[in-house]
Design a protein around this ligand. Structure first.
Ligand code: SAH
Ligand code: AVI
Length: 332
């Protein structure tokens, strides 16, 4: 009978001089568990947090410059226009905690308006982006103490600072839309515990709109989003001994009007078998791997979600074309 243990783990066991359990790098073990479980279930799916290795993070930055991808431009414009007003409304925050901070480019705009903030805690799974962003920010914001945390923001229970000073949370880019409604609510409840008494929370949320605008934003002409999606399979090949032929999968993005979300998919172009860590997975022609949800909210829908998680909506800003929204929440 074939063993259930992936062959790389068996090799690690065979190589080790004692009988202690194999030591897999925890990040790689997390990725391995997610891919083996995601390929074993039907319909197949992979968690979108694994997009962001060094290449995926660079591709995301390229996406933000695409003519079709409006969210980054719209959110940046809102921060430029309303930065001072946000600072006035958000109270006395001294510590800025950012979830999924990426390159921190928009953070710099916010920090320029938040004169009293002296400590910045960026949280991201992408360690390299985090280090680069910390260096980039420290060159621009004199005297700012930066305490980066490489972690999954849905599982973060403590911060690397114990300051009792009021905190402002920042969750930009509509990354909250990559969580299901239930996950987003759980995230907001946890964020309230993390940020503590008197906290404010500024969250960028993509608005519901015509799918004729949404679909090209997730399926651009130059194919950068396709490369971003397919990089997940390349990452499996690189890190988990995969043998996936990238020419036999295609990127797709569809809008589900009932769920109110873009779904990103990788579609098998042939009947094929792929191997990951020594395990074989059979794909039918046309079978899909669901790689990302990107939920869109009306202002009212998002405020209702925030209330259900214990936050009080204090203000919402939108642009004239109603593409994007910035929500300021407070703990009652
Ligand atoms: N906030 C930035 C980056 C958005 S891209 C912007 O608006 O431009 C999403 C970011 O969230 C990436 O940097 C990615 O590495 C990070 N990320 C995604 N899922 C995460 C998770 N579960 N925990 C921590 N970081 C996560
Ligand atoms: C990070 N996140 C909010 C992006 C989004 O729009 O859902 C990720 C992305 N996926 C495809 N393009 C951009």
């Amino acid at each position: 009978m074939e063993s259930d243990i992936p062959h790389t783990i068996v090799e690690d066991l065979e190589r080790s001089s004692d009988l202690s359990p194999p030591r897999l790098d925890p990040a790689r073990a997390d990725f391995a568990d997610a891919v083996l479980a995601g390929f074993a279930r039907k319909p197949r799916s992979l968690p979108c947090r694994f997009f962001y290795d060094a290449r995926g993070s660079a591709l995301f930055e390229e996406i933000t410059q695409l003519p079709e991808y409006y969210p980054t431009r719209a959110e940046t414009a809102l921060l430029e226009t309303y930065g001072e007003e946000i600072a006035e409304r958000m109270g006395d925050a001294r510590v800025l905690v950012e979830f999924g901070s990426g390159s921190s480019r928009k953070t710099s705009l916010l920090l320029s308006a938040l004169h009293r903030v002296s400590v910045y805690v960026p949280i991201d799974v992408a360690g390299e982006s985090l280090a680069e962003a910390a260096e980039w920010l420290s060159e621009r914001h004199d005297g700012l103490a930066i305490r980066p945390l490489v972690a999954d923001f849905t599982k973060t229970r403590t911060l690397p600072i114990v300051a009792r000073r009021p905190k402002l949370g920042f969750f930009s880019g509509s990354t909250i839309g990559n969580l299901t409604h239930a996950e987003a609510r759980g995230f907001l409840v946890n964020a309230a515990h993390l940020l503590g008494r008197d906290a404010s929370f500024l969250i960028g949320v993509d608005l519901k709109k015509d799918p004729a605008i949404l679909i090209p934003a997730y399926n651009d002409k130059r194919g950068v989003t396709a490369a971003f999606n397919l990089n997940l399979l390349e990452r499996i090949n690189r890190e988990l001994d995969g043998d996936i032929d990238l020419d036999l999968f295609a990127h797709d993005a569809v809008y589900d009007g009932i769920e109110g979300r873009i779904e990103m998919l990788l579609v098998s172009l042939a009947s094929q078998t792929v191997r990951v860590l020594g395990r074989a997975f059979r794909f039918a022609k046309g079978e899909r791997i669901h790689t990302e949800n990107s939920h869109k909210y009306s202002i009212e829908e998002f405020q209702a979600l925030a209330r259900a998680a214990g936050w009080t909506p204090a203000h919402a800003w939108t642009d004239a074309d109603r593409l994007f929204s910035l929500h300021l929440l407070r703990l009652a």
